[in-house]
Design a protein around this ligand. Sequence first.
Ligand code: PHE
Length: 468
Amino acid sequence: MSKSGPSSTDASRAHAATSRGAFSSSLGVLAATLGSAVGLGNIWKFPSLTGANGGAGFLLIYLLSTLFIGLPLMVAEIAIGRQARANPISALRQLQPRGAPWWLIGVAGMAAAFLIMAFYSEVVAWVFAYVAKALSGNLLSSDPVQTQASFDALVRDPVQALLWQWVVLAFIGGILLLGVTRGIEAATKRLMPLLFLLLVLLGGYSLTLPGAGQALTFLFAPEWHKITPAVVLTAMGLAFFKLSIGMGTMMTYGSYFTAEQNIPATATRVMLADLSVSLLAGMAIFPAVFSFGFQPSAGPSLVFITIPAVFAQMPGGSVLLAAFFLLTAIAATGAMLSLMEVPVVILHERWGLSRPRATLLTLLILGLLGAGCALSQSTLATFQPGGRTLFDWADYLSSNLLLPAGGIAIALFVGWAWGERAFAAQLSNHGQLGNQGLARVVSLLLRWVTPVLILLVMLAGLGVFSGA
Ligand code: PHE
């Protein structure tokens, strides 16, 4: 055995797996990475969570989590990926000190990707179904009882729930079959500008409505008494979910980054743009909700029940509604692509499956796992171990447990095992950029601050300190 041991085997295995795909330009890198971050999290989670959990207070905790936990981890993951130019498992095997099991982070990441996709794909399924329904015009009704009934008819019908999920999986799988450059990059490069355009138009219009002031108060007025440890955990979990970190997505995309790309600058831009999308989504949704006398409700009901009823009362409502679900579908597409790419590239590079076969196997596994979530409001509605449906478990476990745990492990790996010099070389593009000081700071954060913060928030949020 050569003395470089498993690392070189891994490197050559990664290289042998055909020529790897890569993003072809700086714009492509940005579009794909932002495409991953922006998703249902911005439209389906962020506005309702912020509104329900105390407005500005929640926002502040979310921002702090993003700065001290999210950004350093995003930079860390991208740096690992670009250094190794391999899938998360091979990447960590390549970079870990000999014999250490850090590659298990990649295995956990793949599991998290499947778990997230299991429920995420079902919400995307509802969005796709709603695009179709909005276009055919049979969604509009100013009576929320009616829009509730339409939503129930969709989610409580096992056949529709499954069929739309398969439509989504086939659509995303189809784009992935085209590869990294012609699939992911090409799709996100076209879709992201369209998303921004639709969102700005919708947000701008909504802000002219009479309920705008009330909406801004709802989103931004701090209600500190609502901030509990569980809410802090929710805010941190949202930061992980939003920035697609803690499970190998950013490592995977990092492995496609161009050598010239400035990693910290890109991560910061993505974070800021993602935050803008979240805020814009809030500003598109809530003014309309308040203007027509509705109450903001949480989660799915806001997007799928309240929004159609609200838009039904506006001039041009059917067009606006179609635009709204279209932009949600676009956002979700970029995120799904990045989620699915994780198992696809792992199966491709580590198991030696061709990309098409790796994609098909991923779709097959997802078809099975996803069915549990798709049917959780119909056939499996009464199956609620521990008081949650399978759908809710997948959502809860991924954001509040797996992603933060993955984040701790990644922070510890970069802070203690990988070595600051290699990390700084990635952040500064081998000395070409002046990011060395920044690398020092991020390194220290990852070593001492990020993992401790995540652990404390997790324990507090799970009720360990209060004995709850
Ligand atoms: N960031 C995506 C969103 O907000 C979700 C996601 C999580 C995507 C983890 C990839 C990985 O919708």
